[in-house]
Design a protein around this ligand. Sequence first.
Ligand SMILES: [Fe+2]
Length: 384
Amino acid sequence: MNLLNSFSFELPTKIEYGIGAVERLAEIIKALNAESLLVVTDKGIRNSGLLERISNLLDANKLAHNIFDNVEPNPKDYNVQEGAEMAKRLNPDCLVTVGGGSPIDCAKAIAVVARQGGAARDYVGPDKIGGDVLPLIAIPTTAGTGSEVTFSSVITDSKEKYKFSIKDSKIAPKVALVDPEMTLTMPPGLTAATGMDALTHAIEGFTANAAEPIADSAALYAIELITAYLRAAVSDGSNLEARAGMLLGSVLAGIAFSHSDVAAVHCVAEALGGKYDAAHGVCNAVVLPAVMEYNLDYCKDRYARIAAAMGLSYENVEEGARQAVKAVQKLASDVHLPEFGSLGVQEKDFEELALNSFKNGSNIDNPRPMTEEDYLNLFRVLSG
Ligand SMILES: [Fe+2]
């Protein structure tokens, strides 16, 4: 960072963090002057019992609410449409979203479409959201997405099978209710995959061309927390300290990448998620070490600082940078993330995947330039 460069930093989301913080939901809703609510979630959250906890809290405080629980993994454009139609019909004062990245991202898009009409796709690009959007309270149940504090919503175009992003500070939740207890029910595989997503946000946020100093500081602490706690959270899901470390790490990583950017790992992960409906965290985890290798010569200093945040010592920058790549690879394997082969990626799709990765808006922020051909080579290396 050149200290003579200027930057701006905006965080429109109020973060309420704490063990049991979710008990304050009614108080937070009342502070927003909201009386009627639409809860946006998915079937997994309903089945886990977490939705019941939220519903009971709302009932106990006589807060009228309806539930939209049709959000699918890698939320689809038609999920947004259905949720927005429901919101238009019920006209709630506020949305409350409970879940991982899928419900939160879907709720952000519903907040726009319910108030301004059209479809989610209409709001891609700068300054497309003219008027106001429904206020949103986000309660994350995974430690990965960071969507509770970010300005972006990633939605799958169900016909063309690719992901697009709405990016605008207007869609950031008004309040993020960040309670580690809400992540205790996550099974080990989901804990590992979402945790690697958070690590990818921190690493890409820290090394992206759009990096800036407040995002940098959030990213480095996120890397420290995730390195310290991911293995423990995966091996014993009831370890509340590990859950807390991971959730805080994921919030900080979310702050980092939404003020900086993600880069080539997410370009590939989003292409894979759009095409095969593959789990986002798994896609990131299998791609991250290979992209770090590719980028290494272009951001050695930064990779060495990542190694330091991971608790590693080294003689020189070159060694530190290489250690960071190895440590990320080891972390992914220690938490039993599957290999690239498990995603079922077909060679006949490589060109389409490379094109969609290249066209992703975050490609420009990868520290080493990546052409369509470079992405094609990456897919060949990964499937090697
Ligand atoms: Fe991500």
